[in-house]
Design a protein around this ligand. Structure first.
Ligand code: ADE
Length: 229
């Protein structure tokens, strides 16, 4: 069973409407759509923005549906100089940029329990996501670190901090949480994000303008991934 999680309606609606739905069930206040997408058994859910929302969704999905591969799809703010709006970021690993126990002597981003700063995404999934993204309308794709935190990134200073601390290429609010849950449960995971803004002082203007376009592209790539997986 392939699990797909997006934070917003616009990030999953195109997938849900392409799916032959066999069951729609609400668990922990989240609606899970199960069925066949591109010929594969799939479950899709909208988690709402933020790390806790994403973690509730991922853990519930894994326990209820027995997920073999978990994909987080949607839009992100670009952190890499190589990424422009509507380009694609694929996670080689994920980091929680707002996890901070540095006053206790830990490195920034260290996740207690896992004892990791960067959680590795599944290599096979990352490779296939990259291949599917590259094959989509000659898209520019970069693979690297995707950073998540409980804030909409809207400042060059915050952006610079995340880039210098973690070398992240894109910033959003769920991927590293979903990765954390998946990794803890031994479930292979991947994160696919299409850039909707540059995570700088203009992101509040760019995001509403480009979100739908970027999300549409993420849905196209995600469908291709499911078909080939
Ligand atoms: N998702 C898309 N753009 C974002 C941004 N600037 N900050 C956090 N999450 C995002």
């Amino acid at each position: 069973m392939i699990g797909i999680i997006g934070a917003m309606d616009v990030e999953i609606q195109g997938l849900v409407s392409a799916m032959e739905i066999s069951e729609a069930k609400t668990i922990s206040s989240i609606k899970f759509y199960k069925g066949i997408l591109e010929g594969k058994e799939t479950v899709i859910a909208k988690c709402n923005p933020g790390k806790v929302n994403a973690a509730i969704c991922a853990q519930t999905m894994i326990l209820i549906y027995g997920i073999d591969a978990l994909i987080n799809t949607g839009v992100a703010g670009g952190l890499s100089k190589n990424l422009n709006i509507c380009d694609v970021a694929i996670a080689e690993n994920v980091v929680q940029h707002d996890m901070d126990t540095t006053p206790l002597g830990d490195p920034a981003g260290l996740i207690s329990g896992l004892d990791l700063v960067k959680i590795p995404a599944d290599k096979k999934i990352a490779l296939l996501l990259t291949e599917c993204a590259s094959g989509c309308d000659n898209t520019n794709v970069e693979a690297g670190t995707i950073a998540s935190g409980d804030q909409f990134l809207n400042s060059s200073d915050v952006k610079d901090r995340i880039v210098s601390l973690f070398g992240a290429i894109a910033g959003e609010m769920e991927g590293a949480s979903i990765g954390h849950v998946a990794y803890t449960n031994g479930v292979p995971f991947g994160v696919l994000r299409v850039i909707s803004d540059n995570a700088d002082g203009d992101s509040d203007m760019d995001f509403p303008h480009f979100c739908a376009l970027a999300a549409e592209k993420s849905i196209k790539i995600c469908r291709e991934f499911v078909k080939k997986f």
